[in-house]
Write a protein that binds this ligand. Structure first.
Ligand SMILES: Nc1nc2c(ncn2[C@@H]2O[C@H](COP(=O)(O)OP(=O)(O)OP(=O)(O)O)[C@@H](O)[C@H]2O)c(=O)[nH]1
Length: 450
């Protein structure tokens, strides 16, 4: 069962209890049975589920409650707290403060994880996350084993506008890592993220390499990247890495879509290492800080207002140019592109909705995938236009219709779709002309005769 369904089922079980006439042991047991089944179907470890059940039962003694106590609320709160405890992977050294990079000194973050776990993608996501918060961030590619690894990091970094370092000729990953970190340190970067290899001829060689890189770059934080879709296997994988690279934090990727998630979360809990972020999609912005209470609130459709505010605050939505244009009554194709890209930057609608209390249930019914696909194709179309076309009002396509075919071909779409984008821009331009552009009429003054 995927996480969104898990949330819905737990919610339904709690609502059933809230609706029932009496809150007695029988109603409580039936709710617990349903919650436990849902957790097991999401791959949560059997032992953890039975502990959760026992803890809830122990805390809720319905018979001995004073008459004024709201039993329904008591049950809801206990279930909520126990679910939070389930995903709360406190660090082994208990009260150790969470890693917080400091500006004005170079903080090195080293990534480890098996191939395909989403390491390179997560490195870039994290770099962007910190960059948005005002840090000067650099990325180092220390994967010299996989041909194409540097190109992938380069491509991701360029997209995110993050400086990067790597080498096409140096084959020693330790040397590249050390050189990259030294370079960024000399340029006074605040955060230096080192991406490492995820595969080797022999697994032991990979772990030995992690030890050497770690000794060379002396990371302030080591993060292990784990693919959530591997379920319970996450435990053995993280234990193996723990021995070699002693990571202090985990990023769980692919928590979107069809990953059951519960398996990985409970397996990771066994390593007593906190999950710091979760990857929720392939998009560069699909990274969310992991906080047990916020995660459970969102899972249960209770929203995550703090997350939403933080998300919007750091979006860096670039509206200035378009606003200037609108004031002048102009709306070019570039304006349309910037607006669409702002919407896409905010993340999928369902993700945003998940942060608004009660909205995820409503959004669950509509076809998110289709609308986001359409939005992406519109962006491809505009990305295939020349600067001149982007800054035009679209008439250029009427006077030179061959441009339509060129753009359609370049974007892998059809002429019809290009025309649809132009029509969208025309509609917006008409609206803008109506609301903007018109300077407020000057008050007419009667000329007074002297
Ligand atoms: N759906 C989803 N896909 C993800 C996420 N994170 C990464 N991916 C995808 O997973 C695939 C592998 O990601 P990479 O970043 O190349 O993995 P890697 O661990 O660096 O792999 P190597 O370079 O081979 O070591 C890519 O197709 C990514 O787009 C995520 O949070 N959600």
């Amino acid at each position: 069962m995927v996480l969104a369904d898990l949330g819905r089922r737990i919610n339904a079980a709690m609502s059933d209890l809230t609706r029932s006439n009496v809150v007695d042991e029988k109603a409580l047991d039936s709710m617990l049975k349903e919650i436990c089944m849902a957790l097991l179907e999401s791959d949560v470890n059997v032992k953890l589920v039975s502990t959760l059940r026992a803890n809830i039962k122990k805390q809720i003694n319905l018979k001995d409650q004073a008459p004024g106590v709201n039993k329904r609320r008591l049950v809801q709160k206990t279930v909520f707290d126990e679910l939070c405890a389930l995903v709360d992977c406190q660090s082994e050294n208990g009260d150790a403060p969470a890693f917080k990079p400091k500006k004005g000194r170079s903080n090195v973050i080293m990534f480890v994880g098996l191939q395909g776990s989403g390491k390179t993608t997560s490195c870039t996501k994290l770099a962007l996350w910190y960059q948005r918060r005002g840090f000067k961030v650099g990325l180092v590619c220390a994967d010299t084993f996989r041909a194409g690894a540097f190109d992938q990091l380069k491509q991701n970094a360029t997209k995110a506008k993050v400086p990067y370092y790597g080498s096409y000729t140096e084959t020693d990953p330790v040397a590249v890592a050390a050189a990259g970190v030294a370079r960024f340190k000399s340029e006074k970067f605040d955060i230096i993220i080192v991406d490492t290899s995820g595969r080797h001829r022999q697994e032991q060689e990979l772990f030995a390499e992690m030890v050497q890189i770690s000794q060379a770059v002396k990371p302030d934080q080591t993060i292990m990247v784990l693919d959530a879709s591997i379920g319970q296997a996450a435990e053995s994988q993280s234990k193996a890495f723990k021995e070699s690279s002693d990571f202090g934090a985990i990023i769980l990727t692919k928590m979107d879509g069809h990953a059951k998630g519960g398996g990985a979360i409970s397996a990771v809990a066994a390593t007593r290492t906190p999950i710091v972020f979760i990857g929720t999609g392939e998009h560069i912005h699909d990274l969310e800080p992991f906080t047990p209470t916020q995660f459970i609130s969102k899972l249960l459709g209770m929203g995550d207002i703090r997350g939403l505010v933080d998300h919007v605050k750091h979006m860096n939505l670039d509206q200035k140019e378009t606003m200037k244009h609108i004031e002048q009554g102009i709306f070019t194709i570039r304006d349309l592109r910037d607006q669409l890209s702002n919407i896409m930057k905010m993340g999928p609608l369902s993700k945003m909705a998940g942060m608004i209390p009660g909205m995820s249930q409503v959004m669950g019914e509509v076809g998110e995938e289709e609308s986001s696909k359409r939005l992406k194709r519109m962006m491809y179309i505009m990305d295939s236009m020349t600067e001149k076309e982007l800054d035009s009002d679209g008439k250029i396509f009427v006077s030179e219709p061959t441009r339509l075919t060129r753009v359609a071909k370049g974007s892998g779409t059809s002429v019809r779709e290009v025309e649809d984008v132009l029509s969208q821009q025309r509609t917006m331009a008409r609206m803008v002309k109506q609301v903007g552009g018109k300077k407020p009429p000057r008050p007419k003054m009667k000329r007074l005769r002297a």
